[in-house]
Design a protein around this ligand. Structure first.
Ligand SMILES: Cc1ncc(COP(=O)(O)O)c(C=O)c1O
Length: 454
């Protein structure tokens, strides 16, 4: 930013969202930095929204905002889809927690089994973080080995065993505050999309398993394509290493049969959440029956992995999940969300080219990634990856002031963008698309007025 004394974006933002500013004062006395999820932190303050429907949420000031957070990726069907609302309302009256096995968990599990190629057996959890925690422990119990190979930048939730190495910078080690050196020492990092590095790491470290995040780094910042996944499946099979595909965000979103269905592979275990539970809290581990036996009583391993959890297979989440997966199975939601995202990526690149901007849009399926330091020509061919896919250039930290100003500038134009990325849903419309493109064009003007080189 230049030496401009007052940010025009911040003052317009404060004028447009006064009630959110007031609520944030209360929030700061309750929550560290005033937020309940790191990604919701925004300077000078985040917006507050109590209501949402379809592709839009409404700020407490009454402003309708086109939403690209989509429940952190969970809302493939859009906000408050009637089928989900009806299923949850009906179930809330029946029972919110029978403290017993119940029929809806069977229906939910059967839907997963039918849709996910690798799901011979399933165990429900409360989140994606819990699902990857479970996957890792199962792999360690079954193999008796401790090391895990993960790809640098891939995100698998926030527990100690997998959070290291989830974010850039990637050149100064992955010491993670609060995670012990002992836990970190069990993680082996390899560059994304590098099969040779994965093969060498397997030979050198003899790991319990290797994890891959769906279609790559944080929902595709560094996209991983089907060919690479097929290579990784072949490699792990040949070397006898458990291959865990983390489909917490790609699961049911990119394709009814998840990313593995799109790639035509069957991993040994799969982690799922988000769309799985129709936008309510829930996750699961699904995988080969012999591996999942680790969770069974009297199993062949002679020791059982303990797995309690008060809300496992919660009936409200099960009801929402069944309703969502019924619709997912038609193939219509993922197809429409993917198509909308492709159109929006093209429209945004057109705006960026017209404005000679350093912003570029790219991504696969229903993800749209924005990179703010692009120097080349904007392509109208949708599957071009900027910087020829160089992962260190794609996955890097950007100027924090720009990141905050960018989101605020878009909110002024009625668009809520999830950091430098966005997810689409079946509820987004052509009108949303043109309004979003306009909001980006205006945001570029505002950011330039505030001195950003964008
Ligand atoms: C690929 C992936 N794995 C794991 C997680 C963690 O899931 P949760 O936020 O439900 O704990 C996420 C969340 O965004 C994710 O995208």
């Amino acid at each position: 930013m230049s030496g401009a004394s007052e940010s025009r974006i911040e003052s317009l933002y404060a004028q447009r969202f006064p009630k959110s500013a007031e609520l944030y004062l209360r929030a700061k006395t309750l929550f560290p930095s005033g937020v309940t999820h790191d990604a919701r932190y925004l300077k000078p303050f985040p917006i507050y929204a109590n209501d949402a429907s379809g592709s839009r949420k409404t700020s407490v000031e009454g402003h309708e905002i086109i939403d690209y957070w989509m429940g952190h990726g969970a809302l493939l069907l859009g906000h408050s889809h009637p089928a989900i609302v009806e299923a949850v309302q009906k179930q809330a009256v029946n029972s919110t927690h029978p403290g017993a096995c119940h029929e809806l968990e069977l229906a939910w599990g059967e839907h997963v089994q039918q849709l996910v190629p690798s799901a011979e057996r399933i165990r429900f959890t409360n989140s994606g973080t819990e699902a990857t925690l479970m996957a890792l422990r199962v792999a360690r119990l079954v193999t008796g080995k401790s090391k895990v190979i993960k790809f640098a930048g891939h995100f698998h939730g926030w527990h100690d065993s997998l959070i290291p190495g989830s974010d850039p910078p990637h050149d100064s080690g992955y010491a993670t505050p609060g995670v012990t050196d002992g836990v970190s020492a069990d993680i082996v990092f390899v560059p994304p999309n590098d099969l040779a590095a994965a093969a060498a790491a397997i030979d050198r470290h003899d790991p319990a398993c290797i994890l891959h995040e769906g279609n790559g780094t944080h929902w595709g910042i560094v996209p991983a394509r089907a060919e690479f996944l097929r290579g990784l499946r072949e490699l792990t099979e040949r070397k006898g290493i458990i291959f865990i595909l983390d489909e917490v965000i790609t699961g049911f979103r990119v394709h009814p049969n998840c990313f593995q269905g799109h790639c035509g592979i069957v991993p040994d275990m799969t982690t799922l959440a988000k769309v799985l539970a129709g936008g309510l809290p829930g996750g699961c581990l699904a995988g080969r029956a012999d591996l999942m036996e680790a969770l069974a009583f009297d199993n062949p391993y002679g020791q059982k992995m303990k797995h309690p959890g008060t809300y496992n297979a919660n009936p409200l989440s099960a009801a929402a999940g069944v309703a969502a997966l019924d619709l997912v199975a038609t193939g219509d939601p993922s197809r429409r969300a993917n198509e909308y995202a492709a159109s929006l990526r093209r429209a945004l690149n057109q705006v960026f080219a017209e404005k000679s901007s350093r912003l570029v849009a790219y991504g696969d399926f229903s993800a749209i990634k924005i990179h703010p330091e692009f120097e080349g020509a904007h392509s109208q061919v949708d599957d071009v990856i900027p910087f020829d896919g160089d992962w260190r250039k794609l996955d890097r930290k950007f100027d924090g002031r720009l990141s905050h100003a960018f989101r605020c500038a878009l909110l002024l134009g009625g668009v809520d963008w999830f950091g430098w990325g966005g997810s689409t849903s079946v509820a987004h419309t052509d009108a949303d698309l043109s309004k979003t493109a306009e909001a980006f064009a205006n945001a570029i003007d505002l950011l330039r007025e505030d001195g950003f080189n964008i």
